[in-house]
Design a protein around this ligand. Structure first.
Ligand code: DGL
Length: 268
């Protein structure tokens, strides 16, 4: 049982930032990753469609006999956590609660900003999770839909990205936030630009890192930690293989990816 893989899924390639965080914290765990690259982005889609997709993505990972499921996608975590939990007979972790808890722990002034896709921000999942943990917290949420395509294009340090960031983050600066949740798989790659734009005295919360800590806790609680010290087996499945997948994926993961498998049957 303990040698079974952890299943991780995302709307596409961005969830590899969460895989990267998992590999840092849990270097002996086998991982199966599914990225729904045929149907990405989920962020601008309706909750109903995102919930249907999440159910299909979960089925795929369950067919790989995973010991737990990590929803790397903030959009799915915000809109369809209940769908995945209902369907899976293994522990499920989304990125919202761990990210919210890390933000509450980090914020001294209780003024927290949250950025994410349109669906994540509309779901109010981060705002609700933060307020559940600290009813006095002041939360300012802002959708940043252009960030995802800019990162996919590789423009993580481009002046255009900096201009876009200034525009999106201006209202958060006015609210004098001291903590900012990077509530989207792609945003950790924009950490430098975002830190520069918010002026350095704002703590940036990477939900992926916070989630990896939560995964570790759950594995220990269920005695599911892999006891083998062998090099872990990493498998990557995607529903379509765009030309830039390996190149962009390696940037997200910070290492070579090996073979990328095609998963079939994910229709629009
Ligand atoms: N993975 C999504 C998220 O974290 C971003 C990309 C998308 O819109 O599908 O919200």
């Amino acid at each position: 049982m303990t040698a079974k893989p952890i299943g991780v899924f995302d709307s596409g390639i961005g969830g590899l930032t969460v895989v990267h965080a998992l590999m840092q914290r849990l270097p002996h765990e086998n991982i199966v990753y599914f990225g729904d690259t045929a149907r990405v982005p989920y962020g601008p889609k309706s909750p109903q469609v995102i919930r249907e997709y999440a159910a299909q993505d979960t089925d795929f990972l369950l067919s790989k006999d995973v010991k737990m499921i990590v929803i790397a996608c903030n959009t799915v975590s915000g809109v369809a956590l209940d769908v995945v939990m209902k369907q899976a007979h293994v522990p499920v972790v989304g990125v919202i609660r761990p990210g919210a808890a890390a933000a509450v722990a980090a914020s001294k002034k209780k003024r927290i900003g949250v950025i994410g896709t349109v669906a994540t921000i509309n779901s109010k999942a981060y705002t609700n999770a933060i307020r559940q943990l600290d009813a006095e917290a002041h939360v300012v949420a802002q959708a940043c839909p252009l960030f995802v395509p800019l990162v996919e294009e590789g423009w993580t340090h481009h002046k255009v990205t900096e201009l876009v960031a200034k525009e999106y983050l201006f209202p958060l600066k006015l609210e004098k936030i001291d903590t900012l949740v990077l509530g989207c798989t792609h945003y950790p790659l924009l950490k430098e630009v975002i830190a520069r734009v918010v002026n350095g005295n704002v703590t940036l919360i990477d939900s992926g890192e916070a989630t990896a800590m939560e995964v570790e806790r759950i594995l220990d609680e269920h005695r599911l930690r892999n006891r083998s010290a062998l090099k872990p087996h990493l498998q990557f499945f995607v529903s379509d293989v765009p030309a830039k997948f390996a190149e962009v994926g390696e940037r997200f993961l910070g290492q070579k990816m090996g073979r990328i498998h095609r998963a079939h049957g994910f229709l629009l």
